[in-house]
Write a protein that binds this ligand. Structure first.
Ligand SMILES: [Zn+2]
Length: 423
């Protein structure tokens, strides 16, 4: 029976998570497996109730192809996104689609308590039947800041220092808990769908309250020696500039391009606050050709372009994906970045480079946290083999969390911890 847990079966399952709707041909292309292996894997998953037939698609030559999907109700996950300004919890189905959401603001002066996060998780799990509640498989958490080897989180924005997040969530909710740094959860979600799916070398540029990049090189996320690779926000772009950065230096990329600094520069040039004192207001004024707003956006585009020209020369990426607040100004910023890149980068490095904005919106890290939990459960030693061994799926309301997993959450968590997440 060990064969049912082989990697080829997991490959088919993971591909069903990515491709919607999936045909056998698409699964063969995505997994690199032969048609017989894909068919065999699908039959195992259909028998276990993990996959379902969803319909038919017209295909080339007039033949119709059967479409398949993961069974969305085969399992549920809790996704938690600890942002600097708000905390969100979601219950997702097996495919990572949000079924129920909870949100609370993080107050700048007080942060947020762990008790509130517990309450959020309980809120999204309420309303499930008892049979469905037994199919909640894991909690995935996207965090800012730094987690130590015991799963304790220190995050300045949340006002948390050495909070035993992993242990407390596991104890209170009786589920395996997986933690991942916010830039990595973002990358994880982007890799499932959209322009980054299948990209081997790409830069994930996050620009909002802060500025940083995530790097995927040769298909692998780059953590760096202390998990701090990608701190591009603190690359000095204008050494003579007066713009003071939070890190204490002047002229950092972040000091020019973060949302608060875009608003600040607009206020400095006009002496008035934008109506909503929000970066989106500066963006819309730039679209209306407000000279001060255009001047700020020009500077922001040049700064991003200059910083990215260095990254492109060093890493030769095929894709730069913008995410965060900056997505709201993609139409303004992308042409400015392209102009700067064209001036400062070898043309051969730009031939195959795509620069575009994320389409996933504000749920990106929640989706990434759900995908993290899905990946760890699917690739874990217990869940899939046990489910497939039963052969009859989970009809009748059986728990599909293996008993061994329920009994030893702690050892499971330890064995699945992502060694490179700390920062
Ligand atoms: Zn700085």
């Amino acid at each position: 029976m060990a064969a049912v847990a082989d990697n080829w079966l997991r490959s088919v399952l993971m591909a069903l998570h990515r491709i919607r709707p999936a045909t056998r041909t698409a699964l063969v292309e995505d997994t690199g497996l032969n048609a017989a292996s894909v068919s065999r894997g699908l039959q195992v998953l259909l028998d276990a109730g993990l996959a379902v037939k969803t319909g038919e698609l017209d295909s080339i030559g007039g033949r119709r192809s059967e479409t398949l999907s993961l069974n969305p109700e085969a399992g549920y996950f809790v996704a938690v996104d600890l942002e600097g300004t708000r905390v969100r919890c979601a219950r997702t189905d097996m495919l990572g689609d949000v079924q129920r959401m909870w949100e609370a603001p993080v107050r700048p002066e007080k942060g947020i308590s762990l008790t509130q996060v517990h309450r959020g998780i309980e809120s999204v799990l309420s309303g499930l039947t008892s049979a469905a509640a037994r199919r909640v498989l894991a909690i995935g958490v996207s965090f800012p800041g730094l987690v130590d080897s015991s799963g304790r989180l220190t995050a300045v924005n949340l006002h948390w220092k050495d909070v035993p997040l992993e242990e407390e969530l596991a104890r209170r909710h009786g589920l395996p808990v997986y933690l991942e740094q916010d830039s990595v959860t973002g990358i994880r979600a982007e890799q499932v769908d959209g322009p980054a799916a299948g990209a081997r070398n790409w830069i994930y540029l996050l620009a909002g309250n802060g500025v940083g990049v995530g790097l995927v090189i040769d298909g692998r996320y780059v953590h760096g020696g202390r998990g701090m690779a990608g701190e591009m926000g603190h690359v000095v772009i204008e050494p003579e500039a007066a713009d003071l950065c939070q890190c204490g230096n002047r002229g950092c990329l972040e000091a020019i391009t973060s949302s608060p600094n875009i608003v600040r520069q607009y206020i400095e040039r006009t002496g008035r606050r934008p109506m909503a004192a929000e970066v989106t207001e500066v963006f819309s004024r730039a679209r209306q050709a407000d000279p001060a707003a255009v001047e700020v956006i020009d500077r922001v585009g040049r700064a991003f372009g200059l910083a990215l020209s260095h990254a492109v020369s060093i890493l030769n990426p095929e894709l730069i994906l913008l995410t965060g607040d900056i997505v709201g100004a993609a139409d303004l910023i992308i042409p400015r970045i392209q102009r700067e890149l064209a001036q400062r980068t070898l043309p051969q490095l730009l031939d195959n480079l795509t620069l575009c904005a994320s389409r996933l919106g504000p749920d990106v890290r929640l989706r990434g946290a759900a995908t993290l939990a899905f990946d760890r459960i699917v690739n874990g030693p217990d869940w899939l083999p046990q489910l497939c061994r039963k052969g009859t799926g989970f009809a009748g309301g059986d728990s599909i969390i293996p008993r061994s997993q329920q009994a030893s959450r702690r050892s499971l968590r330890r064995s699945h911890r992502d060694g490179g997440r700390s920062r």
